[in-house]
Design a binder for this molecule. Structure first.
Ligand code: NAD
Length: 414
């Protein structure tokens, strides 16, 4: 799951070189603006006291308040949080959102906690970091192992501490508490819109075949939307099995099977060698974990296109090797930004008091994703570069403009 800060910094340095970026801007963006570590003391159900380590990082707030999820996972650490906050900075900038990048985490295995204990962790997180959170400061969202209920507890705790409603301070809430329609579909749907907008650039023909690693929230929605658009889903996997049918299948049937049998095993033939990377498909979609394609296995990838639905699905070396081999990689900061785009609409909705309909949310999301994908493809063609480099150049230029507007060395030397 973890990606290193060093890896993502490479993408910044490359964009900075290509843009001949002001040294001040480069220096600012290399480092997180603010990184806070805290300990959350929780009274457990058996009366004992347990302490959990927690982090929140604002990588940049040059374009607006920080935005990014909070994950609960035993392997979370400061480096992972910093790295994911870093990615959020470029994702929100590329999407043209008035946000910077942030991320949070608690080193905890929620599967080992009772519901009450989980609530105490969520509320403890907010108590520990209350001065850093807020609609104009830093706006958390769900991430791995955190959901609407966890975020509702957090918004409620912040409201109790501040003495005013805090709906715009936290997104991903249940709809009844100010959440937004369509958030669950946003990431998978957004990724599908990106691929559909890029069919010419990626040279995808009608009925192109797709294999998806990680048939969860984002992967399954992506599968449904691409199937509907006429693509063929031929393989999907989850943490326990990988299934394959060369003629393709309806992903809704795979979902129903998975729900009934608590897994995909038996829905179709097993993927040879259990490795989706080697399948002869047109599009390979990592939608589970980071670092799945690296320098040891990038040569195994048979697909012509990789769509990074999971963050940092390819390491720098893995991505470079794919690019050398002529494989197009649709980068995470473009492919999975549908989620944060709809979180932005939730923030707008909470600040304005308007309740947006699902239709309005999807219309905004669909247009935003298509425009963003088209702009990235255009930049890639103009600069004769790959999609990730183009995406970072657009994002870094926007952030640089904001930082330069506040005054850099050039201004002070004039
Ligand atoms: P999810 O938990 O709903 O689904 C993940 C799926 O991956 C599950 O089906 C799980 O069984 C499967 N999986 C886990 N390990 C696997 C393995 N080794 N091989 C194959 N499958 C495996 O998560 P999600 O919300 O769909 O997110 C998927 C990825 O997309 C994550 O990396 C997440 O950070 C990223 N992402 C999600 C969103 C969002 O809004 N959901 C937004 C941006 C990025």
């Amino acid at each position: 799951m973890s990606a290193s800060t060093l890896d993502v910094c490479t993408f910044l340095e490359r964009a900075a070189d290509a843009l001949n970026l002001n040294d001040d801007v480069r220096e600012v963006l290399r480092h997180p603006t603010r990184s806070v570590a805290a300990s959350i003391n929780v009274r457990m159900g058996d009366g004992s006291l347990k302490t959990f380590s927690a982090w929140r990082t604002i990588h940049s707030n040059a374009l607006g308040p920080a935005k990014g999820g909070i994950r609960f996972h035993p392997s979370v650490d400061a480096d992972e949080v910093n790295t994911l906050a870093f990615l959020m900075t470029f994702k929100t900038a590329l999407a043209g959102l008035p946000f910077g990048g942030g991320k949070g985490g608690v080193a905890v295995d929620p599967g080992l906690l009772s519901r009450h204990e989980l609530e105490r962790v969520a509320r403890g997180y907010v108590r520990a970091l209350r001065h850093d959170l807020g609609a104009g400061r830093d706006v958390p969202a769900p991430d791995v192992n955190t959901n609407g209920t966890v975020l509702a507890w957090m918004a409620d705790e912040l409201a109790a501490l501040e003495g005013t409603a805090q709906t715009a301070s936290i997104t991903g809430k249940p709809i009844v508490l100010g959440g937004i329609a369509g958030r669950a579909e946003a990431t998978g749907r957004g990724a599908a819109k990106v691929v559909l907008a890029l069919t010419d650039h990626l040279k995808l023909a009608d009925g192109a075949t797709i294999a998806i690693q990680g048939f969860g929230n984002a992967g399954a929605q992506f599968a449904r939307d691409m199937h509907e658009a006429g693509f063929r889903i031929v393989a999907v996997s989850d943490s326990s099995s990988a299934v394959y049918s060369p003629d393709g299948f309806d992903p809704s049937e795979a979902e129903a099977y998975k729900a009934q049998h608590r897994g995909l095993k038996g829905f179709a033939d097993a993927v040879p060698g259990n490795d989706l990377r080697k399948l002869d498909v047109d599009i390979l979609v990592p939608a589970a974990l980071g670092g799945w394609i690296d320098d040891t296995n990038a040569d195994d990838v048979a697909a012509k296109v990789v769509v990074e639905v999971s963050n940092q699905a390819c390491t720098v070396h893995g991505a470079d090797r794919l690019t050398e081999r002529g494989v197009h990689v649709v980068p995470d900061i473009l492919a999975n930004s549908g989620g944060v785009s709809v979180s932005y609409l939730e923030w707008v909705q909470n600040r304005s008091g308007e309740q947006m309909s699902r239709e309005k949310v999807f219309a905004d999301l669909d247009q935003r994703m298509a425009e963003m994908a088209t702009a990235v493809a255009r930049r890639a063609a103009e600069d004769k570069t790959d999609l990730r480099s183009a995406a970072y150049r657009i994002a870094v230029s926007r952030i640089a403009e904001a930082i330069e507007s506040m005054g850099t060395r050039r201004l002070f030397n004039e």
